[in-house]
Design a protein around this ligand. Structure first.
Ligand code: GRF
Length: 220
């Protein structure tokens, strides 16, 4: 069975959604370990309560990014994962780490990439006045938030939204698409073809995951 190592930095709700999906038999994978770069990451408790081994590799204990990355890779490799899953992992990983896990390193980002890479995506989406926002699961490449897109889910931005309400609407979709994308990987259904990710030989995640939109922003 496909073995996962999940990297987190905080709350860990995406990690929890993956654990739930494995427990429910919706995701044919096993979470071998959850690793955080902070000892106070709340998700560590959730993982431990589910009997998943946890580790902390504190980035502050290392003088350089490279040293942190190598220490992290050593801990990750100790669990021999098939796939490394970034779930709210808030450290930028260097190119050596990224190329070590090329094609088996995934991230979830709270925007419809390539819009809004980086931080504060919900605030920026509101500031820009976009009417459609969402989240993206992608393979990780050395360039931040820029790897081949596996699946996206869109949500409407509605009148009266603030950062919290928009984040909550997006997060509900994150919890839906991350187990889906990891499941596709586990089933061997994904193939990277340049910038595109193919699912069973067609473009991954096509169309099916657009959440219902209010009439005002519908294209039809
Ligand atoms: C999520 O919105 C994720 O997309 C972003 O950070 C947040 C982490 O949330 N990278 P959680 O720790 O999974 O609850």
């Amino acid at each position: 069975m496909t073995s996962l190592v999940i990297l987190i930095s905080g709350r860990g709700s995406n990690m929890a959604s993956l654990l739930e999906a494995t427990a429910a038999g919706r995701l044919p994978a096993r979470v071998a370990a959850v690793i955080a770069n902070r000892a106070d990451a709340a998700g560590l408790h959730t993982a431990a309560a589910e009997g998943v081994p946890t580790r902390v590799v504190d980035h502050r204990s290392f003088a350089t990014r490279d040293e942190f990355d190598s220490a992290l890779a050593e801990v990750v490799d100790g669990f021999s994962p098939d796939l490394v899953v970034l779930a709210g992992f808030m450290r930028i990983l260097g190119s050596a780490f990224v190329s070590r896990y090329e094609g088996r390193l995934m991230n979830i980002h709270p925007s419809l990439l390539p819009a809004f890479p980086g931080l504060h995506t919900h605030r920026r989406a509101l500031d820009e006045g976009v009417r459609i926002h969402g989240c993206t699961v992608h393979f990780v490449t050395a360039e931040l938030d820029n790897g081949p897109v596996i699946v996206q889910a869109a949500v409407p931005v509605v009148d009266g939204d603030d950062e919290q309400s928009l984040a909550a609407r997006v997060l509900a979709q994150e919890h839906r698409i991350y187990p889906l994308a990891v499941g596709w990987f586990a089933e061997g259904r994904l193939r990277v073809c340049g910038r595109r990710v193919l699912l069973d030989r067609a473009q991954a995640g096509q169309g099916a995951l657009i959440a219902p939109l209010p009439q005002a922003v519908r294209a039809d």
